[in-house]
Structure formats: C-alpha cells, structure tokens
Design a protein around this ligand. Structure first.
Ligand SMILES: NC(=O)c1ccc[n+]([C@@H]2O[C@H](COP(=O)([O-])OP(=O)(O)OC[C@H]3O[C@@H](n4cnc5c(N)ncnc54)[C@H](O)[C@@H]3O)[C@@H](O)[C@H]2O)c1
Length: 302
C-alpha cells in the first residue's frame, strides 16, 4: 500500500483557482508551492492520482468529465450535479475509466451519527423507523446561484442522503409534500417513505423556519437515538428511564468542527479507499440513488 496519495485541488482557492487572490491566500495558508489558474495545465504538470473539485454544482460537470478521462480518482462536494442525468453519466464514466469517486455527503461521516447507527444495528439488527430533518431561516428567500439549481438538490439533499444511509435500504414507495410558503420558489420538502426493508422514513425540511437545526432519529426494537451532530445524541434503551448522552466532541475526540462534522472522516475514507482500491461508500453510483430520491420528491410533491 502506497504511503501517500498525490492529490490536486480545484476551486475554493486551493492549488488551482481562477481568482488569483483566493488561490494565493489559500495556498499560502497551507504552504502549497505549486499553483495554477488552469486546471488542465495543473493535471498535466503535476500528474496527480486524485483530484478534489470543489465547485458550485453548475460549474462541475466539464471538470469532472475531464478528470475522469485523465483516469483520476475524483472527490466532489454535494450536490453531485444539477440533474440526475448528470450524475448518472458521471457514474458511468467513472466506471468505464476505473476511477474511484466520492461525493462529500459529510453528514454520513460524522463520528456521532456513525456511532449511533452502529448502536442501533447492534441492538436491533436494523432500524424500523428513521427521521431526517433539516431546517433553516433562508431570508430573503432567493434561489441559490440565481436559480441554477433548486434548494432541495443543492442543500436539503443532505437530509435526503442521510435518511437513505440511516435506513440502509432504497425507497420502495413514497408520498411527498413540497411547499412555497407564500414565496415564489419551493422552500419546504417533506416525504413519508417506505423502504424496501420495511423501514419507515420521514423527511422534514423547511427553509422558512426559526433557524438552522439539523437532527436525525433512528428507532429499532428496544432502541431510540435522537442525534444532533452539532451537539449530542440521546440514546434510550429497552424502556429504561435514564438515557445515555454522547456529545459530538466525545464521539469525534475533537472540538474542531472539521473533525466532528464529518469533513475529516470523509476525506480520510476517500484516501484510504484509493490506497486499498475500494469503492468509497458515497461514490457516484451511490449518489445516483440519492439524486433519484430527490427527483421523486420534487416530481411527486403535492
Ligand atoms: N458539505 C457541506 O456542508 C458544504 C458546505 C459548503 C459548501 N458545500 C459545497 O461546496 C461546493 C463549493 O461551494 P463554495 O461555497 O466553496 O463555492 P465557491 O464559489 O466559494 O468556490 C468555488 C471556487 O472555485 C473557483 N473556480 C470556479 N471555476 C473554476 C475553474 N474552472 N478552475 C479553477 N477554479 C475555479 C472560484 O473562483 C471559487 O473560488 C458547492 O457545491 C457547495 O454546495 C458543501
């Protein structure tokens, strides 16, 4: 197993950015010597094994296609594109080029949520009910990126992906309600899902609430977990009066947000997978399933 993986980065002012001040500010901060404004040149000159492409969704596609055709393993942020069609093409292209891929659905990688899921599976076999919530106060209620992508696909997708991940199955049937709440764009997306393993899933997301809250529940025979990866999880077992509480910092062994909110672990997972030649958990093919579910909610929503 190779010790190090050679990685390039596009966007967010890292190794390569179109805006030179951002490029130099970030590269100085991390002591990165080689800097580019042209990602194709960067790939040619540095010959990386993997590339992080940290781009708004409507600027992503061409860069990912080029990187996959250069046989690079690819990390992208959520969402994995603007449409289901785009990520389906990218997943196919990655498979053809034998590239390993990952979408940064970081909620799945938060140490607290992973610990909670493990406890539920250990105690009950699997959950029979999961609840995924994401609330924000999005004011003014403007579309994201001037409307290049809807808000469910761009952001509330975190809750959709985590619901799938908690249930550990695909959705068989669903009923959805999408609402504008008096504005001229959709701002609330809700669904009641039956998963193939009989688990019941509830999705509640709303961008016109009192503020940001992002919580998850998993219930199985004799165990219930109420988890907020920003703070703590409360675990109830077998009707006992006293609940167990685990803080997000305890689970992560760190007070740093990049550690307890899954950013570190998702990247570690990507690099480990490259070294072992394993497909990452949230690879492009898996992200297709999340985007399919997003599409179903958008299109069946009353
Ligand atoms: N997982 C999370 O919690 C989370 C949080 C924030 C953002 N995100 C996602 O991260 C992605 C990026 O968001 P952001 O806010 O960092 O975007 P951003 O617009 O701040 O950064 C993108 C950078 O890419 C540069 N760029 C654009 N085209 C380029 C090109 N061809 N070559 C080189 N550089 C180029 C831009 O100059 C900019 O600096 C989005 O998809 C967003 O949804 C995820």
């Amino acid at each position: 197993m190779a010790d190090k993986v050679r990685v390039a980065l596009v966007g967010a002012g890292g190794l390569c950015d179109l805006v030179e001040e951002k490029l130099h500010a970030t590269a100085d901060k991390f002591g990165i010597e080689r800097r580019f404004t042209d990602y194709k040149q960067m790939i040619e000159d540095t010959d990386p094994q993997a590339i992080y492409i940290l781009m708004p969704p409507h600027h992503l596609y061409d860069l990912v296609v080029h990187s996959l055709d250069c046989k690079l393993h690819v990390f992208i942020e959520k969402p994995p594109g603007v449409t289901l069609d785009q990520i389906s093409h990218l997943a196919h292209r990655a498979e053809q080029n034998l590239c390993l891929t990952i979408v940064g659905f970081n909620r799945r990688y938060t140490p607290l949520l992973r610990k909670c899921k493990e406890m539920v599976f250990e105690h009950a076999g699997s959950p029979h009910q999961v609840v995924s919530t994401f609330y924000k106060w999005h004011n003014p209620p403007a579309p994201y990126y001037n409307g290049a992508v809807d808000i469910l696909t761009s952001d509330a997708i975190h809750a959709v992906d985590t619901m799938r991940w908690m249930a550990a199955a695909e959705v068989d049937d669903l009923a959805a309600v999408v609402r504008n709440h008096g504005q001229n764009l959709a701002l609330s997306w809700n669904a009641l899902c039956r998963f193939e393993n009989d688990c019941v899933g509830v999705l509640l997301t709303n961008w016109r609430t009192g503020g940001r809250t992002h919580q998850f529940e998993m219930h199985g025979d004799g165990i219930s977990v109420f988890c907020n990866p920003d703070y703590e999880a409360i675990i109830h077992r077998d009707g006992e009066e006293r609940a167990e509480i685990i803080t997000t910092q305890e689970a992560a062994g760190s007070d740093e947000n990049y550690k307890y909110y899954g950013f570190w672990d998702q990247s570690r997972h990507f690099i480990d997978c490259i070294q072992k030649n394993h497909e990452p958990e949230s690879c492009f093919a898996d992200a297709v399933r999340t985007m399919e579910l997003v599409d179903r909610i958008l299109h069946t929503g009353l």
